[in-house]
Ligand binder design. Structure first.
Ligand SMILES: CC(C)(COP(=O)(O)OP(=O)(O)OC[C@H]1O[C@@H](n2cnc3c(N)ncnc32)[C@H](O)[C@@H]1OP(=O)(O)O)[C@@H](O)C(=O)NCCC(=O)NCCS
Length: 166
C-alpha cells in the first residue's frame, strides 16, 4: 500500500483587529454561532467590558478573515483581568490548529501587556489543551454551567469573585 501525502496546514497572516475587519468578523460570528449568538452570558460581560483591539486578533487567508478572537478588559473580584470571546474559525479552515493559535496569540499578548489572567466561558476539552482550567470561584453575570468557567492564569494567586467592569 502506498503512503498518501498529508495536506499541509495552511499558513495564515495574524493581525490585530481593526475597524476594517468588523463586517467580515460579524459575518463569521453569525455563521459560527447562529441566532443564539447574543443570548450568551458572555454577551452580558461584553456589554460592560472595554474592548481591547490590541489584544484581539484576526487570521487572514489571502486577505480574507477566516478566524477571530476578541479580548475585553474586565475585573474579577475587583482585580483586573481579560475576558476572551468570541472565538470563531471559518468551518472550511477548522481542525488545522487555527483556533488554538488564535487563543495562544491573544493570551501571549495579554501576558505581555502585564495582565494577570484570561477568563472565558467555553468547553474544557478544547480550552484545556491551550492552558485553561476551571475556576469555580469566578461568578458570571448570569446562569452558566460552572464547569465552563475557565481561566489561564499568568500569576499564581487564585481568582475569585464576580466578573465586573474595571
Ligand atoms: C472552536 C473552534 C474555534 C475551533 O477551531 P479550530 O481551528 O478547528 O481549532 P483547532 O484546530 O485548534 O482544534 C480543533 C480540535 O478541537 C476540537 N474541538 C473544537 N471545538 C470543540 C469543543 N467545543 N469541545 C471540544 N473539542 C472541540 C476539534 O474536534 C478538534 O479536535 P481534534 O484535534 O482531535 O481533531 C471552531 O470549531 C469554531 O469556530 N466553532 C464554532 C464557534 C465556537 O464554538 N467557538 C468556541 C466557543 S467560544
Amino acid at each position: 500500500m502506498s503512503a498518501q501525502p498529508c495536506a499541509a496546514a495552511p499558513a495564515y497572516a495574524f493581525v490585530n483587529e481593526t475597524q476594517a475587519h468588523a463586517v467580515e468578523i460579524d459575518g463569521l460570528l453569525n455563521r459560527a454561532f447562529g441566532p443564539g449568538r447574543f443570548a450568551k452570558v458572555s454577551e452580558r460581560v461584553r456589554e460592560f467590558a472595554d474592548f481591547a483591539p490590541e489584544l484581539s486578533f484576526c487570521a487572514l487567508d489571502a486577505g480574507r478573515v477566516v478566524g477571530s478572537v476578541r479580548m475585553w478588559r474586565v475585573s474579577v473580584g475587583g482585580r483586573p483581568i481579560v475576558f476572551l470571546g468570541p472565538l470563531a474559525v471559518e468551518e472550511s479552515e477548522r481542525k488545522h490548529g487555527l483556533g488554538a493559535q488564535l487563543v495562544d496569540r491573544a493570551c501571549a499578548a495579554a501576558k505581555a501587556a502585564g495582565e494577570a489572567a484570561v477568563v472565558l466561558v467555553g468547553d474544557l476539552p478544547f480550552f484545556g489543551r491551550v492552558g485553561f482550567e476551571v475556576v469555580p470561584d469566578v461568578i458570571l453575570p448570569g446562569p452558566v454551567d460552572p464547569r465552563r468557567v475557565l481561566a489561564r492564569r499568568f500569576e499564581a494567586s487564585p481568582l475569585s469573585g464576580a466578573v465586573g467592569p474595571r
